[in-house]
Design a protein around this ligand. Structure first.
Ligand SMILES: NC(=O)c1ccc[n+]([C@@H]2O[C@H](COP(=O)([O-])OP(=O)(O)OC[C@H]3O[C@@H](n4cnc5c(N)ncnc54)[C@H](O)[C@@H]3O)[C@@H](O)[C@H]2O)c1
Length: 271
């Protein structure tokens, strides 16, 4: 199909669309879980990847594992809820790799708490990491991308909880709803500067964080069974299910997408 303007669309080969050779990426919360899988896929596609995490020991272990596969990676300790750390991790990426083309805002926490028992500290912690942190890391990264003049890609990890509350996660659901609207607001402002901003809404994904959130009681087992029964594809997701979509949104394959939310949930939200 020709473009409405009559311009000829270029059709690069598929391998080149997903080739990130020469690009540099920053992935927050990349020591384990979904972030680790995303860092792994971006590095496999050729990007130099900075693994930023509050858990430096785990970040270094992940970096060592990927380096052993021949990937170009580095690790830095950073707490995304601290604006100084947000700026420092972007500066460290540029200092280490000479550039920054891709940011994946993945770091996030989801501690269960009934609304009527929620404390101000619990609310602030979740909002500070998931929403405020994502914004200030994006701000620091986009400032560099705009100044460098090569465009860029920002991928925010939201959640199906931005669209449908799981229960006992009012602070989390609010933070992820905020991430979706932040994605759209940034996309509108940064599009003219060549930076695309998109989000992914994962469903239930098997990660260390998700495993830690469960408990052995009957109510927890019932909730898990009810959750599973709603998934048409019949399984929880693997971190790589999200990483594949993050790679798409970080690559030229998604060149004409910005402000979008891609749901990756095995069909959970259909019922
Ligand atoms: N696992 C799921 O089912 C699921 C579903 C929807 C959305 N998500 C989202 O995906 C993202 C990753 O989740 P996960 O399940 O892989 O989590 P996880 O707990 O397995 O891993 C999270 C990583 O982020 C790091 N981290 C936590 N707080 C940080 C901070 N303040 N600064 C820097 N790093 C920090 C942790 O050290 C850890 O390495 C989160 O944003 C989460 O909300 C997860």
């Amino acid at each position: 199909m020709s473009a409405p303007t009559g311009q000829t669309q270029t059709t690069p080969p598929i391998a080149r669309l997903f080739d990130l050779t020469g690009k540099a990426a920053l992935v927050t919360g990349a020591a384990m879980g979904i972030g680790e899988a995303i860092a792994s896929r971006l590095a496999e596609a050729g990007a130099a990847v900075m693994i930023a995490d509050v858990n430096m020991e785990a970040a270094q272990a992940t970096a060592a594992r990927l380096a052993a596969l021949g990937r170009k990676v580095s690790a830095t300790r950073a707490d995304v809820s601290q604006v100084t750390d947000a700026r420092a991790m972007v500066a460290k990426t540029v200092e280490t790799f000479g550039r920054l083309d891709i940011l994946v805002n993945n770091a996030g926490v989801y501690p269960f708490s009934p609304a009527l028992e929620m404390t101000e500290e619990q609310w602030d912690r979740v909002l500070d990491i998931n929403l405020k942190g994502s914004f200030f890391v994006a701000q620091a990264a986009a400032s560099h991308m705009v100044e460098a003049g090569r465009g860029g890609r920002i991928v925010n990890i939201a959640s199906i909880d931005a669209l449908h509350p799981t229960g006992f996660l009012t602070h989390y659901d609010s933070s992820k709803g905020g991430v979706v609207m932040m994605t759209k607001a940034l996309a509108k402002e940064l599009g003219p500067r060549g930076v695309t901003v998109n989000a992914i809404a994962p469903g239930g994904i098997s990660t260390p964080g998700a495993a830690a959130g469960g408990s052995a009681d009957q109510a927890s087992a019932d909730a898990t069974a009810a959750f599973m029964a709603r998934i048409p594809l019949g399984r929880v997701g693997d971190p790589d299910d999200i990483a594949r979509v993050a790679l798409f949104l970080a690559s030229d394959a998604s060149a004409y997408m910005t402000g979008s939310l891609v749901v990756v949930d095995g069909g959970y939200l259909l019922s």
